[in-house]
Design a binder for this molecule. Structure first.
Ligand code: SAM
Ligand code: FES
Length: 351
């Protein structure tokens, strides 16, 4: 019985590869609701009613890579490229700080302008101005030496989705210049350096199978990341995958629940992509076991240019409007939007 498998997952936090495949291949409404019930109970046991917010600063859409799915890939000529200055980034953070944010996520393409010196300088300035804030970087694959320098400069978290734990699938989503092994190696390095590390993947990316997703779950179990970012794949104009179908809401929600049961303490965002495929996607994500939202703090005039996929939400809003909106949305599902650092509880115990 598949509900028994979910009970087992909730108690032991793992399942056999075949059991994950079985669940993923046979999910229906009843099983999804059962998984969500267990997942929400687990979330509340560790984090109560709180949903954490992280201020996202999309500081450059210039990227040297050519991931087939990504709207800001190097060869997409329809993108108007931008790069925020240090002053603009500090201004976004200052505005965010006033709105209550205590975590800033600096995300961008792999932009060669941002040398290690520049990234470290930026992190140091942010830490100097806001010593009580956590700094998260999400700037792609770097060498172990670079990651070490970012850590020494004061960054304490790093988001790098593994994208898919199946190397053959990875190579269908990326050009030959990129390697799955390097991606996975980066994640192991980040963990070893003491970053609170975020892995993750897109749900419904082209050619993804239940077996691939089961491998993603086993990969997460092995890596034990502090954060996991998942959201539906959404096609982006001007990319090789522009005509591919998007991932579904139900599949994403079911995976959020499974990940919560697999990694009970994990920080799990209800992502912007989830809010893009369904007007109440983020609320539904919370009701499936997510406990983080990441509103955008980027200046309004650049937002529409960081278009990873089509029809991205919140491109016309100011940061303050997103906070009001999200506070209401969380309240509508009985949660309170929290503004503190929101460390993983495992990490807090270590300190
Ligand atoms: N360059 C950094 C990196 O590679 O980690 C950070 C930015 S990258 C755009 C952030 C994430 O966006 C990727 O890890 C990918 O999972 C997601 N993404 C890119 N294109 C997407 C699409 N078309 N639909 C949904 N998610 C997408
Ligand atoms: Fe940005 Fe709702 S979160 S408008």
């Amino acid at each position: 019985n598949r509900k028994n498998l979910l009970d087992q997952l909730a108690h032991t936090h793992t399942l056999a590869f075949e059991d994950f495949i079985d669940l993923l291949a046979h999910q229906d409404e009843e099983l999804q609701a059962y998984a969500a019930g267990l997942a929400v109970k687990t979330t509340q046991c560790y984090y109560g009613n709180k949903v954490f917010s992280r201020g996202l600063i999309e500081f450059t859409n210039i990227c040297q890579n050519n991931c087939y799915y990504c709207g800001i890939r190097a060869s997409n000529e329809n993108v108007q490229r931008y790069r925020l200055s240090d002053e603009q980034i500090l201004q976004c953070a200052a505005t965010g700080y006033e709105l209550g944010f205590r975590t800033f996520v600096l995300q961008g393409g792999e932009d060669p302008y941002y040398t290690d010196d520049r990234i470290c300088h930026l992190v140091q300035q942010l830490k100097y101005k806001h010593p009580d804030c956590a700094i998260t970087l999400s700037i792609g694959e770097k060498s172990p030496e670079s990651y070490k320098r970012y850590r020494q400069a004061g960054a304490e978290r790093y988001l790098l989705r593994h994208e898919t734990a199946t190397p053959a699938h990875y190579h269908k989503l990326h050009p030959p210049s990129m390697s799955a092994e390097n991606r996975y190696g980066c994640l192991r390095t980040l963990k070893a350096l003491g970053f609170q590390t975020g892995a993750g993947f897109m749900v419904g990316s082209p050619w993804q199978t239940s077996e691939d997703l089961a491998r993603d779950l086993i990969f997460l179990h092995e890596l034990q990341p502090e954060m996991v970012g998942i959201g539906p794949f959404i096609p982006a104009a001007g990319t090789p995958f522009a005509q591919q179908p998007a991932g579904t809401l139900d599949q994403t929600l079911f995976l959020l629940s499974l990940i919560r049961l697999l990694l009970p303490e994990v920080l799990l965002p209800a992502t912007t992509a989830l809010g893009t495929i369904d007007p109440r996607g983020r609320e539904k994500g919370i009701l499936a076991g997510a406990n983080v939202v990441m509103p955008n703090l980027s200046p309004r005039n650049v937002r529409a240019k960081y278009q990873l996929y089509d029809n991205k939400i919140c491109t016309g809003e100011e940061a303050a409007e997103c906070i009001v909106c999200l506070t209401k949305r969380m309240k509508s599902v009985g949660r309170e939007l929290a503004v503190d650092r929101g460390d993983n509880v495992r990490y807090m115990k270590m300190k």
